[in-house]
Design a protein around this ligand. Structure first.
Ligand SMILES: Nc1ncnc2c1ncn2[C@@H]1O[C@H](COP(=O)(O)OP(=O)(O)O)[C@@H](O)[C@H]1O
Ligand SMILES: [Mg+2]
Length: 199
């Protein structure tokens, strides 16, 4: 991914429900993003500094939630909790837990039958996880982290996503969303190409 200029987002966050920071203060989108990034760094260190074994990262439903909690739990009350409201992206709220379990089961099947290579498996995990959109927010960063942990666990380098550039102001975001939409129709080629951009 090429470098691009990020436009500062000084908009104040209006929905502070569940925010664990001092809610008597007003925070801009950029400030919240910064606190989230600090939180996510802890998870990155835990899972990506060494090869994460199956005990540390079992790719189970329970661990999917733990990972989201580890990434966002310092900042948001709802971290690690499946959403119970409908969003514009994602499956119906009542389908979230069954779809998450289905992803866990499909992954076990893919591994058992060697259905795809490691990078395609990581792309499929990423795509399916974000398609479900199990949490109120942070689904993109969490699903890319899942894919990166999978890559690392299986001997490949994590993908360099330029996380701070994947915000709404990033020009390359359009290509990324296009790649996800293409994957919706079963063609993973663009997502795999992006996923191959390593650190
Ligand atoms: N049409 C779309 N518009 C925006 N994001 C989309 C779309 N389709 C899928 N996504 C995914 O949803 C993510 C945004 O969801 P969100 O829960 O806000 O995650 P985060 O807060 O980590 O960015 C994007 O990073 C992308 O992976
Ligand atoms: Mg978001």
């Amino acid at each position: 991914m090429k470098d691009t200029t990020k436009i500062a987002d000084a908009t104040y966050v209006d929905d502070v429900s569940g925010l664990k920071l001092d809610t008597s203060k007003q925070y801009t989108m950029d400030e919240i993003y910064f606190y989230e990034a600090q939180n996510i760094t802890q998870a990155t260190l835990k899972y990506l500094s060494l090869t994460p074994d199956k005990k540390l990262a079992p790719f189970s439903l329970a661990w999917f939630l733990v990972l989201h909690q580890e990434m966002f739990g310092d900042v948001w009350e709802w971290a690690g909790k499946l959403r119970q409201v409908e969003l514009s992206i994602g499956v119906k709220a009542y389908m979230v837990s069954t779809q998450m379990q289905k992803l866990v089961d499909d992954l076990a099947y893919w591994e058992e039958h060697k259905s795809f290579d490691v990078i395609e498996t990581a792309s499929r995990i990423h795509h399916r996880a974000v398609q479900i959109h199990p949490f109120l927010n942070g689904n993109g960063r969490w699903s890319r982290m899942l894919a990166n942990i999978y890559l690392k666990q299986n001997g490949l380098q994590p993908t360099k996503w330029n996380e701070d550039l994947l915000s709404k102001t990033n020009l390359h975001r359009d290509d990324y969303i296009k790649a996800l939409k293409k994957a919706d129709s079963g063609d993973y080629s663009d997502l795999i190409a992006m996923q191959s951009h390593t650190l």
